[in-house]
Ligand binder design. Sequence first.
Ligand code: CP
Length: 319
Amino acid sequence: MNHAPVSQLRADGHLRHLLTLDGLPAATLTSLLDAADALRAQALAGTGLRAQLAGKTVCTLFFEPSTRTRSSFQLAATRLGADTLSFDVHASSTQKGETALDTMKNLEAMGVDCFVVRHADSGAVAGLAAGARPGTAFVNAGDGHSAHPTQGLLDMLTLRQCKGRDFSRLKVLIVGDVRHSRVARSDLQALRTLGTGEIRICAPASLLPDANVLQGCRVIADLDEAVTDVDAVMMLRLQRERMDEGLVPSLEQYFLDYGLSSARMARARSDAIVLHPGPMNRGVEISDAVADGPQSVILAQVSNGVALRMAVLQAVLSP
Ligand code: CP
């Protein structure tokens, strides 16, 4: 899809779209995290804010499967009082050959104010934003391996709640399939922007991305070494649906080399936390004992997703 670049920020610095965390200033990230923190209690209670986006319409336009992102955007929009439209790609005219752009423009003509879009192609969401009316907002819910900005933000929110606001004190390790991960790209952009003290990456060479993605990171091949003394471990899903054959020898060997077990986790700081964006491949990148153990904040990430997405919808739909 060829299109002119779309600016995420309005002339006054307010967020117009959220397509990527790349290039967003620290003040913008911090302001979204602060807003999400302030919304947390009401995000979970589900009441009290129904007038905020009354009269607005939010459409979740997902061309790829999702449990967490789609559901939490729907809850976020509902709890802010917006009308919601959940587009089902399998029951739509895309099955008859309609393009994503035509689909979006038809839904826009029905009065949608904000599209939350997931698509298999990197850059697809920016392409749709470029083809929309000037006032229609777009939030990237994950495009190809490029970006998943709300996941990056909710991960920062969870880190900040557990470890405090000073990222410069933190050693954070990202483990696994960085090459195919839009979550890793958004996490890395946010961690750098917020001034994280040390960012470590551990992955097999076959699952490392281009060097520009790893700017400022310390790459450590051995997971036992990489996990030593870190404050947080961010595990990644092995993205077999985006992967050529043979990038990992076997799932069993992958777990032995790069899986997070309790024994490995014991090398991290005693108060270290474990994050995973989901969905998890249990026994492939993470053991049951770690996923369900006392250092796991994986379900806190999911809860934070509702408040964070409320903050993003408020920002892009504010007058
Ligand atoms: N983390 C994440 O994007 O999960 P879903 O694919 O379930 O939305």
